[in-house]
Design a protein around this ligand. Structure first.
Ligand SMILES: *Cc1c(COP(=O)(O)O)cnc(C)c1O
Length: 384
């Protein structure tokens, strides 16, 4: 159950707001770093999961690299102090302006997703008189067994260079004077909790690495992306993902020599559990079929339930185990039927003014907030 000692801190605050537990963030980052360092693995934090300034500065201070999916994210990483030689830049649709931003900063690598993109980066790099480091993003056709909206590594997905084009991509790279191929990149999806998915990924990575090496292309960097999931059902029992088990899969199954580097791009696993969305009950309403709990937070503050039917644990702050329970649909105030946080939520009987927390909201929460319905700018609060 949510730590009720936070109640005093929340009482006077205007709602809704994100609450970030920096102690948990620190402990999570330390656990990930320890498990990675032990194996000489590199972690780039995927900024798109949460780019709140304070959170970024904590992550940067611990020596993580950055994984970006836009020119603004590259610029932001530089601004908060991430080292350029630890920045990767992925995305199927990098604009010329974004590529120029990344070239200007001499980032570690572009994760390139098409042959045309290779040619454009080569041209722009030539104009700037620089040589761009690239990793080829390969679509390994591994099923992530996650929600289809967050599956990215199947043949039908838009990501990566199609396998049938790799021969040509290798030839284009050899012909491009301003491109330097440093490695291969993979990312199969998000919220992956079955370690067998990562084992299957390793098998594909080994195959493709061999394919390139047989053709005389040396692969220095093996970037296996992110995707490690978190426990949305039991945030208190499992506040920190099992990084040991995760990295162990790659340590065991990735074939490599001592010079080859293994890189990861974790987002959700590092920041999801440290964030909660705190909201107040505005109204309660009981119809013929159900009871509604109407919150002052909606899909404009946390879009994941509306966007991909994501589950988030919902709790009443200050609830007592003796309280009588009722089944609610917990909804927001936005004029959309998809603006619902949960259809069958057992909560202590609640009233106007009660505080509700929506857990595990640190990743893909605040970053997706919108002003739809001309909502207020999102607020946040930290505890140390
Ligand atoms: C989104 C993304 C990540 C991070 O995914 P998580 O599931 O949050 O770990 C990593 N790499 C790329 C290329 C991405 O698009």
């Amino acid at each position: 159950m949510f730590d009720n000692t936070k109640l005093a801190m929340f009482r006077g605050q205007e709602t809704p707001f994100y609450y970030y537990n920096l102690e948990l963030l620190n402990n999570t980052l330390d656990a990930a770093k320890k498990a990675a360092d032990k194996r000489n693995f590199h972690i780039h934090y995927a900024l798109k999961a949460n780019f709140n300034d304070r959170i970024l500065s904590v992550i940067q201070s611990k020596g993580f690299g950055a994984d970006c999916v836009s020119g603004n994210e590259v610029q932001k990483s530089i601004d908060v102090g991430f080292s350029a030689d630890q920045i990767t830049f992925a995305g199927v649709g990098k604009s010329d302006k974004e590529i120029k931003t990344a070239l200007k900063h001499h980032i570690f690598a572009f994760n390139v997703e098409s042959i045309q993109e290779l040619e454009v980066i080569n041209e722009l790099a030539a104009l700037e008189g620089v040589k761009a480091n690239v990793s080829l993003r390969i679509n390994p056709n591994v099923d992530a067994h996650t929600h289809h909206y967050i599956t990215t590594g199947l043949d039908e997905n838009k990501f990566g260079v199609p396998n049938s084009e790799l021969e040509k991509a290798a030839a284009v790279i050899s012909a491009c004077a301003n491109i330097n191929l440093i490695g291969l990149h993979f990312h199969v999806g998000s919220q992956i909790t079955d370690m067998n998915v990562f084992k299957s990924l390793c098998v594909k990575v080994n195959e493709w690495k061999n394919w390139f090496e047989e053709r005389g292309t040396y692969i220095k960097v093996i970037n296996v992306g992110g995707g490690l999931g978190v426990d949305y059902q039991n945030p208190d029992e499992n506040p920190i993902p099992d990084f040991e088990a995760y990295f162990e899969v790659f340590d065991k199954f990735l074939e490599r020599n001592a010079q080859q580097e293994v890189h990861f791009e974790l987002g959700r696993a590092l920041v999801a559990q440290c964030g909660s969305l705190v909201s107040r009950v505005l109204y309660t309403k009981s119809g013929a079929k159900k009871n509604f709990l109407i919150l002052d937070a909606g899909m404009t503050e946390l879009m994941r339930p509306a966007l991909y039917q994501a589950y988030h644990k919902i709790e009443r702050v200050g609830a007592d185990l003796k309280d009588e329970l009722l089944n609610y649909e917990v909804v927001g105030p936005i004029c959309e039927s998809s603006d619902s946080f949960g259809k069958e939520v057992e909560l202590p009987i609640s009233k106007r003014g009660d505080l509700v927390v929506i857990r595990t909201a640190g990743a893909y929460g605040e970053v997706m907030a919108s002003r739809y319905n001309l909502r207020e700018e999102i607020r946040y609060v930290f505890s140390t």
